[in-house]
Design a protein around this ligand. Structure first.
Ligand code: RIB
Ligand code: CA
Length: 327
């Protein structure tokens, strides 16, 4: 099935898949985001995956990214290891949510594909310099350390980025690792501060959206009914991953955070939000990592992010399940 878009001359031309780099700290929900991208080859071309320390240390996130590629039959994908710690602070991890390996749940073989040579930050820089300006989208699913480092090392790449779509932050929903901060921002607030001040076009998927996307039993059952190895493995990952949030929030399933980033590329109409100013708290120990969103425009600070607040949850899971079935 090809996608066509109206050309200037009025003809229907076939749309080129959107070129993306996925920066990630897998993490079961990261795995769901990567699988959603792999299930959408007509719309998305994954130029590479860059790993960062976050949910678990870099050695595990780099292992896990390759496991997910092999699980989905995508050993063609280049996986580059990136930062093993935040730009300034000590690493904080989340084994209590994701388990020791970060992909606890299913029985998974160790990866056989090798890491791509070179550092993730250099891959990001070289790819943005090598591809035509404005054609590469950065999809970030973890702490922003690799991106912050790339923007600091090579500021010339910033205007070359088409868009940076990120899972992170929270405002009306507060935080999940502290009362004020969401994990991805909390782990590396200095990197987030660089990114939000950079001028790169940002689409932000905060907890305000992801907490409306619960892995309810009926949704997980539909995923299991796909019956393929990737789908079953994903179900087992989610059943492990959600136990922490069900306990914490008493909800029917856990919030599925990271696939929102890829779902936005596929069906932006699923989401509702507005252009806002967002600043990152980097000083106060009480609120460090907080994303201060000027949702009600009470300041004249420049809009630097499209902040999402609402989502069509059923439409999101329909998309996820439909695309998982294609792998
Ligand atoms: O706060 C949720 C985010 O932190 C998700 O990206 C999850 O994978 C963890 O990285
Ligand atoms: Ca993540």
């Amino acid at each position: 099935m090809h996608r066509y878009v109206r050309q200037e001359d009025g003809t229907n031309g076939m749309a080129e898949p959107r070129k993306i780099i996925i920066d990630t700290d897998p993490g079961q929900d990261d795995a769901a985001a990567i699988m959603l991208a792999f299930g959408s080859p007509e719309e998305i071309s994954v130029l590479g995956i860059t790993t960062v320390a976050g949910n678990v240390p870099l050695s595990y996130t780099s292992r896990n990214a390759r496991i997910i590629c092999e699980l989905c039959g995508r050993t063609d994908i280049k996986v580059f290891a990136g930062a093993e710690k935040p730009m300034v602070r000590k690493l904080v991890t989340a084994e209590h949510v994701h388990g020791k390996t970060g992909l606890d749940g299913p029985e998974l073989d160790e990866p056989t594909m090798a890491l791509a040579p070179g550092h993730a930050v250099d891959f990001i820089i070289e790819t943005l310099r090598g591809e035509p300006e404005g054609t590469v989208t950065l999809c970030t699913l973890g702490p922003l350390t690799n991106i912050g480092m790339a923007f600091q090392k090579a500021p010339d790449i910033i205007p070359r980025v088409r868009e940076l779509v990120m899972m992170g932050g929270g405002f009306f929903e507060g935080g999940n690792i502290t009362p004020a901060a969401e994990f991805n921002i909390y782990v590396d607030p200095e990197a987030a501060d660089i990114v939000f001040r950079s001028g790169v076009p940002i689409v932000m998927m905060p907890l305000d959206v992801t907490h409306k996307l619960l892995t309810r039993k009926d949704r997980v059952k539909r995923m299991a009914e796909i019956g393929t190895r990737p789908a079953i493995a994903m179900v087992e990952m989610l059943e492990f991953f959600e136990r922490f949030d069900i306990e914490k929030y008493g909800s029917d399933g856990g919030p599925l955070h990271d696939p929102t980033v890829v779902a936005y590329l596929l069906k932006p109409e699923l989401f509702k939000g507005r252009d806002c100013n967002v600043e990152i708290e980097v000083k106060s120990e009480l609120t460090v990592g907080m994303t201060v969103v000027d949702w009600w425009q009470v300041t004249d600070r420049k809009h630097n992010a499209k902040v999402m607040r609402d989502v069509d949850a059923d439409g999101f899971f329909d998309l996820l399940i439909e695309r998982f079935a294609r792998i």
